[in-house]
Design a protein around this ligand. Structure first.
Ligand code: ATP
Ligand code: MG
Length: 440
C-alpha cells in the first residue's frame, strides 16, 4: 500500500506510523548533492522539505541515474520508504523505489530559490512565481491570510455585516488627482478609490454596522515604499455613535484582536521570518494634530497650522512616541481644511472630528465622524469646490433620514508591513501595481 503524504504530515508524525508502508511525496526538487557513493535530493512542498537519500549500491541504477540528473525545481512525485535519520533536520529520510517526473524545469532558472545571493526587488517581482517558492516570502502571505481570518472573526463578533460596493464608479471620494479614468461604454467612469460614499449611503438603510474588504485604486504619481496603485482596503462604518471615540474604540479592539491572534496563530510563519509581534496595549494614546505641531517644533521642524504633517513629520512623531514606549497611537482633530468633505467639522474651531491611526511612524488608517446633516454636508461640498448636484445619488441618502455615523479605512498591507517591519509595501502584495509595474 502507498500513502500519499505532504510534508506537514511527516513533520507532525512523531511515531512515523507511515513507516509501515511506502509513501509518496510530491514537490519541487530544491537541491541535489552527489557525493559519489551516495546522493541526496531535497524535495520541497508548501510545508517544508524532506531528504530523499539514494545509497548508490542499494538503488536500481536506472532510477539512481534518472533522479540525480534532474534539474533543480523540476516537479516530481517520489515513492519510497520513510526511515528515521539523525542526519536530517526533519529526523526522517525517504529511500526511493520509484518516481514520476511531472514537469522538467528549464535551465538556468531566472533566479534561484535557495541561493544566498541578494536579488533585486525588481527581479524578484518579475519572477514572482519563483520568488514565492521561498518559505520566507510565502510566510508573509500566510500571515496576510491569517490576518483576514482574524479580521472577519472580529467583525462578526461585533455584529458587522460584510458588504461589497461597486469598484466602477461615476465619481471619486478622495480627490481627483488619484483617480483612474476609464471608458465605460463611451461615458467617463473611474476605478473606486474607496467605498466611502457607498458605506455612508448604507447607513441610511438601517444596516447600522457594515464592513468591506476590497481593492482600492489610486493613481499615485510618486514612487514610495508605502504607496501602490492597488491595495486592499478594510473599511468599516457604524451608526449611532456619540462621538469619534466610539469608532476609535472599535478599531482598537479589531487591531488588538488581529495582532494578538497573529502572535499566537502565526508562530510558525513568524519563526521563518525571524520576527516577533509586539502587541501594543489598548487604549492607544491620543495626540491631537495641534499637539503634534508642538512636538515637531520642539525637534526643530516648524509647520504652520493647516500644514500636512508629511512623511517626515509622521516619522518624527513616530520616533518621539517610540521613545515614550508607544508603537501605535492616534493623531486626532485634523484641520477641517485638510480633510475630505464628508468629515464633520468641530464647530467654532478650524478642526474636525477626524483621526489617523499611526503605527511606528506611518499612517495605517484614517477615519472620523461623518457629517450626517444634509444641509451642512452640501455646504461642505460647495466649500471644497464640488457641485452637490453631481452627487445626488449620495446626497439623497442624507435627505431622507440618516443616523449619526462614523467609520474608517485601513490599508491592510500597511498594517502588515509595519507589524513585520518589512522595508516595502510591495513585499506584502503578491503582484504589486505601481507607477511602472503592470505585469506580472
Ligand atoms: P497617505 O497620506 O499615507 O498617502 P492617505 O491619507 O492618502 O494616505 P486615505 O485616503 O486616508 O489615505 O486611505 C486610508 C488608508 O488606506 C490609509 O491610511 C492607508 O493605510 C491606505 N492607503 C491609502 N493610499 C494607499 C496607497 N496608495 N497604497 C497603499 N495603501 C494606501
Ligand atoms: Mg489618510
Amino acid at each position: 500500500m502507498t500513502v500519499d503524504v505532504n510534508m506537514s504530515v511527516l513533520r507532525s508524525s512523531n511515531d512515523i506510523s507511515v513507516n509501515d508502508s511506502a509513501v509518496t511525496v510530491n514537490g519541487w526538487i530544491q537541491d541535489i548533492r552527489n557525493l559519489g557513493g551516495i546522493s541526496f535530493v531535497i524535495l520541497r512542498d508548501r510545508y517544508g522539505t524532506i531528504q530523499i537519500t539514494l545509497p548508490k549500491k542499494k538503488i536500481d541504477p536506472e532510477l539512481f541515474e534518472k533522479i540525480t540528473t534532474l534539474s533543480r525545481e523540476s516537479v516530481v512525485s517520489v515513492t519510497g520508504e520513510v526511515k528515521k535519520s539523525d542526519q536530517t533536520e526533519l529526523g526522517l529520510e525517504i529511500i526511493p523505489s520509484s518516481f514520476e517526473l511531472h514537469s522538467d524545469a528549464a535551465v538556468p532558472l531566472p533566479m534561484g530559490v535557495i541561493d544566498k545571493v541578494n536579488v533585486e526587488m525588481d527581479t524578484r517581482l518579475n519572477n514572482r512565481f519563483i520568488d514565492l517558492r521561498k518559505p520566507e516570502v510565502r510566510a508573509i502571505f500566510e500571515l496576510k491570510s491569517l490576518m483576514l481570518e482574524l479580521l472577519n472573526e472580529a467583525m462578526v463578533s461585533n455584529g458587522f455585516l460584510q458588504v461589497f460596493t461597486p469598484k466602477i464608479v461615476e465619481s471619486g471620494a478622495e480627490g481627483g488627482a488619484t483617480l483612474f479614468k476609464l471608458d465605460y461604454f463611451g461615458r467617463p467612469a473611474y476605478l473606486a478609490q474607496s467605498p466611502q460614499l457607498y458605506k455612508q449611503m448604507l447607513m441610511s438603510t438601517g444596516l447600522d454596522r457594515i464592513y468591506e474588504i476590497s481593492p482600492a485604486f489610486r493613481a499615485e504619481h510618486s514612487n514610495t515604499n508605502r504607496h501602490v496603485t492597488e491595495f486592499i482596503s478594510f473599511d468599516g462604518e457604524m451608526s449611532w455613535i456619540s462621538s469619534q471615540s466610539d469608532v476609535m474604540k472599535m478599531i482598537e479592539s479589531i487591531v488588538d484582536h488581529i495582532l494578538s491572534g497573529l502572535k499566537e496563530k502565526g508562530k510558525k510563519q513568524l519563526k521563518i521570518l525571524g520576527k516577533e509581534i509586539n502587541v501594543p496595549p489598548v487604549p492607544y494614546p491620543v495626540l491631537t494634530y495641534s499637539e503634534c505641531l508642538g512636538m515637531l517644533a520642539s525637534k526643530g521642524m516648524h509647520l504652520k497650522e493647516g500644514d500636512d504633517l508629511g512623511t517626515e513629520g509622521e516619522k518624527l512623531i513616530g520616533d518621539i512616541m517610540l521613545d515614550k514606549g508607544y508603537e501605535m497611537y492616534w493623531i486626532a482633530e485634523y484641520p477641517e481644511l485638510e480633510k475630505p468633505f464628508y468629515i464633520m467639522e468641530k464647530d467654532g474651531t478650524p478642526f474636525s472630528f477626524s483621526f489617523d491611526l499611526d503605527y511606528k511612524g506611518q499612517e495605517i488608517s484614517s477615519g472620523g465622524q461623518r457629517e450626517h446633516r444634509y444641509d451642512k454636508l452640501a455646504e461642505r461640498m460647495r466649500k471644497k469646490g464640488l457641485d452637490p448636484e453631481s452627487f445626488d445619488f449620495y446626497l439623497d441618502a442624507f435627505k431622507y433620514g440618516m443616523p449619526p455615523h462614523g467609520g474608517w479605512g485601513i490599508g491592510l498591507e500597511r498594517l502588515l508591513v509595519k507589524m513585520l517591519d518589512l522595508p516595502n509595501i510591495r513585499e506584502a502584495i503578491l503582484f504589486p501595481r505601481d507607477l511602472s509595474r503592470l505585469s506580472p
